[in-house]
Design a protein around this ligand. Structure first.
Ligand code: UTP
Length: 409
């Protein structure tokens, strides 16, 4: 877009502040800024009034499709065989969601580059690759491995993998792709400038991965090589097992359209989203949406009705993603601390939340599926999320859990 067109657009959208420093910029900076503005999805800003209710819930009822640890143990051999067959046929791909900013961890590098080793280097990315390698070794087959980054961390992530020789993974089976960015604005909907020549943007949440995979041409590549199942998982759970043959086998054996690794809650009010049905379809109810009564409700089996927390490890089929995933996923409007330049051009690093970011979430994709198997794993063996430096779900708790599982740090 040319300057005049951008000016007209910004006037119409009431966002003229984005050109405040235009006159001070070099030709190159001007060009980049105009390009960035022309790519903004301004419709996101209209959603700020929906803060907190991106996905109005239908009728929430307990999910019955649960494979408990005992059920899985009883059928372990069969599930594993079915899963390994699919992996050996090249039908399963792993998809790492590593586009997040990891702000709670407080490092300005990609979260996966964080070193949790004590006597040696042990990076989060390395833990992920090591866990995936266990399956590769067992199946005797390289598993296509897609890694989602964002504009903010793509170069660092790629360089880090290359520098560490992909931690022993075969680079021919790794594809990086970038997720899309969304603008960040103040509480009145005015989009921030991050720098005089740059609009403040941030990764658009982990729900955009499938669309970004398509945009990068990788969905087609996956289909061409025969991939049917995509296992999407978070970067920060250093104990998770991905492309887990038993998990894959349980989903295929039960003819489910999707599956989610879950853990039994530590207490009924644990702050974790849990699997449920919403208007009869699989869904995830956030802890703050569960009433106290629901949190303590029991099934006729004596078990809590909303007992299974999600671990951000999902299996989808490409076939169902094609049929169901809508491009207009619900947008979650979230309060964040947003670094920006003020009217005088000074950089502000706020201590308090000062605006909104816009995110779509992978958990909303579960609700678009016809069914979802809640597959229980032992949290001591498979759930060590690293969200914070210390305290709950932190580097400290993850280290303890890694040691408990015999991982040398
Ligand atoms: P989180 O919700 O923990 O967000 O992401 P985060 O950005 O990593 O961390 P905070 O909230 O800033 O501290 C859960 C998973 O989703 C990925 C993350 O990389 C992580 O694996 N994610 C999150 C994306 O891939 N893209 C995003 O835009 C957001």
């Amino acid at each position: 877009m040319k300057l005049e067109e951008v000016k007209t657009l910004l006037k119409e959208k009431n966002q003229e502040q984005l050109l405040k420093f235009y006159d001070e910029l070099s030709d190159e900076q001007r060009e980049k800024l105009l390009e960035q503005i022309s790519e903004i999805d301004f419709s996101l800003i209209d959603t700020i009034d929906n803060e907190g209710d991106a996905s109005p819930k239908g009728e929430i009822t307990p999910i019955r499709d649960v494979a408990s640890i005992k059920d899985i143990a009883d059928n372990h051999t069969r599930f594993e065989q079915v899963g390994l067959e699919a992996i050996e046929k090249g039908e399963v791909a792993a998809l790492l969601l590593a586009g997040g900013m990891g702000t709670r961890l407080g490092s300005d590098k990609p979260k996966g580059m964080f070193n949790i080793g004590e006597t040696k280097d042990l990076f989060i990315f390395e833990c992920i690759v090591n866990n995936l390698m266990d399956v590769v070794d067992k199946a005797g087959k390289w598993i296509p491995f897609f890694i989602m980054t964002s504009e903010k961390n793509d170069a660092d992530t790629r360089a880090f993998f290359e520098e560490h020789a992909y931690f022993g993974y075969n680079p021919d089976f790794i594809d990086f792709f970038k997720q899309e960015m969304a603008p960040a604005c103040d509480f009145n909907g005015k989009i921030f400038l991050e720098e005089k020549d740059r609009v403040a943007t941030s990764p658009n949440g982990n729900g955009g991965w499938y669309i970004s995979l398509i945009n990068a041409g990788l969905r087609d590549k996956a289909k061409e090589v025969g991939v049917k199942y995509l296992n999407a998982f978070s970067v920060d759970n250093v104990l998770q097992r991905m492309a887990d043959p038993v998990f894959v086998g349980a989903m295929i054996d039960g003819d489910y359209r999707s599956a989610s690794k879950v853990v039994a809650k530590t207490e009924p009010t644990e702050r974790v989203g849990c699997m449920c049905l919403e208007d009869g379809k699989p869904s995830i109810v956030e802890y703050y949406e569960l009433t106290d009564e629901m949190a303590h409700q029991k099934l006729d089996t004596g078990e809590y009705a909303y007992n299974y927390g999600v671990t951000l490890n999902y299996l989808f089929t490409i076939e169902d993603l094609e049929k169901n995933v809508e491009t207009n996923m619900p947008v979650h409007v979230v309060r964040k601390k947003i670094v920006h330049v003020d009217d005088d051009g000074n950089t502000v690093r706020p201590e308090e939340e000062n605006g909104f970011k816009f995110e779509t979430l992978i958990l909303d994709m579960v609700h678009q599926m016809d069914d979802c198997l809640a597959y229980e794993v032992d949290r001591k063996k498979e759930f060590a999320p690293i969200k914070n430096r210390t305290g709950v779900d932190s580097v400290d708790t993850a280290k303890e859990l890694l040691k408990l599982n015999g991982v040398e740090l």
